[in-house]
Design a protein. Structure first.
Lengths: 153, 455
């Protein structure tokens, strides 16, 4: 597989064309993140269960390159799967995931994403060799982190 | 010293069109010799020979420029315009030689040339000095600055296609002075709405700030129409020549502009150096931008008097090595001849634009404009974000710029947020252009989008 094919794995192209989790409700709390270099934008919401202890869903809207859009879609998918498996994320769970995600993406290819933990989102491992694109992949995850930090204040 | 033999005076209203059509393009031997002067062209990127198509962002450097900068540090380094020792004298001479070389290049007087850190600083300098004049601060003993002050009711006119560096300083000047910022709109084909311009330029217009060549479309702006309109109402004309200076002969006086700026690093020179040309009376009337050493005559604990231009605008230890490097870059393009550079790049631009026109589902921003224009094209690939499109070129060893190229308003006008820009330099070849065209044609198929079908 060429570097380009590793970066743009079929999963990423599919998610960028048919993204999951798109659609925000009026008035819900969101975090808007923007990459000023290329104009990529993600507005993201975390939807909580009745007790406010677990995340039911990640919803978002955005525009930008396939990496930024696929990454948001894959984060939403991962949240969906955690709910289906009966292990919906606590704030700590998601914080740990975001930290691992960031570490892998900043590793310049040294630390791939764990497929057990990240599922299809592990396809984003290829981004870590492309320093200029890490920001694109991080955008949705930074939005989620921003919401978690606001919540803990 | 400077070779000016290859830049005959142009006779067209735009000041540079007459030479391009008749000048010979570089032969393949000449091109090979030019290329051999750029050490970086010998390297590979992602397993392919580097085909550098990002000269509009920054140009690569010929060895003689790299060496000139190094030679200064190795042999003559000293602070200029201060100290009486031999080295300081040598350094000062080299620095002022560099100013003369740039002045000859522009066919202006050496005192009309101010070195800045970059073109952005040059534009900020002018806008800030006008702002200082507006609050009644003068240029030391001279009271001439007041005439250039802006006030409520005055207007600053720009165009919708400006680089942010020739837009934001004017926004700020308007905010500081109460003047109104207006702009000449861009039409669907990327050209300026000259009918609107004729209405916009009026008695209230105090400044017209515009690009010589668009950094997004490559088209030359119609200075022959706009400058006389501005002149007729007594407005200052500020020209951003960043995209023209490396590619077309630049003659600020023939263009009848008050200010012209360009950056060194786009003209095969070092980073950290920009050029501000200003009409002498204007420069000597304007108050300083930055204050400090090397720009004063007398300083007391209460006040200071300032030197005339250019020293007034070069406080602190200036960019000595960079100015010397830039002078070598100016000699490099002058030796080649800007008319021949323009002719060669124009032929290559035609090849690039023709090739792009044959690739389905590609949009080139702005209608193809005739000579004089420069060798760049910003494209949008249907269904593929510019960032993703650029990645395909990078993989093929072709650096190209992706994004809004510091021209968000123009991209908005075209209804897009980003584009992929291919831009040529003096070392560009037909083979490199063909490689880029092939790579561009492969973008949609790579992302699984079929030929001919809209995504």
């Amino acid at each position: 597989m060429s570097g380009l094919e590793q970066l743009y794995q079929q999963i990423i192209i599919d998610h960028s064309k048919h993204p999951h989790g798109v659609g925000l409700d009026a008035g819900e709390e969101t975090s808007h993140q923007r990459n000023p270099v290329c104009g990529d934008e993600i507005t993201l919401a975390l939807r909580w269960d009745a007790e406010g202890a677990h995340i039911d869903a990640v919803a978002w809207e955005g525009a930008g390159c396939s990496i930024s859009q696929a990454s948001a879609s894959l984060l939403a998918t991962l949240a969906e799967e955690s709910v289906e498996e009966g292990s919906a994320w606590t704030p700590d769970d998601l914080t740990a995931l975001i930290d691992e995600f960031r570490e892998a993406l900043r590793s310049r290819g040294a630390t791939p994403l764990d497929e057990e933990r990240f599922g299809d989102a592990a396809a984003l491992s290829g981004v870590s060799k492309y320093v200029a694109r890490v920001k694109c992949a991080m955008l949705a995850w930074v939005a989620a982190e921003d919401l978690l930090q606001r919540r803990s204040r | 010293m400077t070779s000016l033999a290859a830049t005959p005076a142009a006779s067209s209203p735009a000041g540079h069109a007459a030479t391009t059509a008749s000048s010979a393009v570089f032969s393949s031997d000449e091109l090979a010799s030019i290329r051999s002067q750029f050490p970086i062209l010998g390297r590979e990127v992602n397993g392919h020979p580097l085909a550098y198509l990002d000269s509009a962002a920054t140009a690569q450097k010929p060895l003689r420029v790299i060496e000139a900068e190094g030679a200064f540090y190795r042999e003559s380094n000293a602070a200029v315009h201060r100290g009486a020792h031999t080295l300081a004298g040598e350094a000062t001479e080299l620095y002022e030689d560099a100013r003369r070389t740039v002045a000859d290049f522009l066919a202006v007087d050496e005192n009309d040339v101010v070195f800045t850190s970059h073109a952005t600083e040059a534009l900020n300098l002018v806008a800030y000095a006008l702002g200082t004049a507006s609050i009644g601060r003068g240029a030391g003993a001279s009271a001439a600055a007041a005439a250039y002050g802006l006030h409520a009711g005055d207007e600053i006119l720009v165009t919708e296609l400006e680089h942010h560096a020739n837009l934001i300083p004017w926004q700020e000047l308007a905010a500081r002075t109460g003047a109104t910022l207006r702009y000449i709109p861009v039409l669907d084909d990327g050209s300026l709405d000259l009918e609107a311009a004729a209405h916009l330029i009026g008695e209230r217009t105090r400044v017209l700030a515009l690009a010589h060549v668009s950094n997004v479309t490559g088209a030359t702006l119609p200075l022959d129409v706009l400058v006389p309109l501005a002149r007729a109402v007594g407005a200052l004309v500020v020209l951003d020549a960043c995209q023209s200076a490396p590619h077309l002969p630049l003659r600020p006086r023939e263009l009848d502009v008050d200010i012209a700026v360009f950056s060194g690093h786009k003209l095969y020179g070092p980073t950290g150096i920009g050029v501000l040309y200003g009409r002498a009376e204007l420069l000597n009337a304007l108050p300083p931008f930055l204050y400090g050493g090397s720009m004063i005559t007398t300083v007391t604990m209460e006040r200071a008097d300032y030197l005339p231009a250019p020293q007034r605008f070069e406080p602190g230890t200036p960019r000595i090595a960079q100015a010397i490097g830039l002078a070598e870059a100016v000699r490099f393009v002058s030796d080649l001849g800007l008319d021949r550079i323009a002719a060669t790049e124009h032929a290559l631009t035609q090849r690039m634009l023709d090739g792009l026109a044959h690739i389905p589902n590609i949009r080139v921003l702005g209608a193809p404009s005739p000579a004089p224009r420069v060798g760049l094209a910003s494209i949008v690939v249907d269904g593929v974000h510019a960032h993703d499109a650029g990645q395909v070129l990078d993989e093929a060893g072709i650096p190209a710029r992706v994004g809004h190229h510091c021209a968000q308003p123009l991209h908005r006008r075209f209804g897009v947020t980003a584009s992929l820009r291919l831009s040529l330099g003096v070392h560009s070849t037909a083979d490199e252009v063909d490689r880029a065209l092939e790579a561009v044609a492969s973008i949609r198929p790579f992302f699984g989008l079929s030929e001919g079908a809209m995504s």
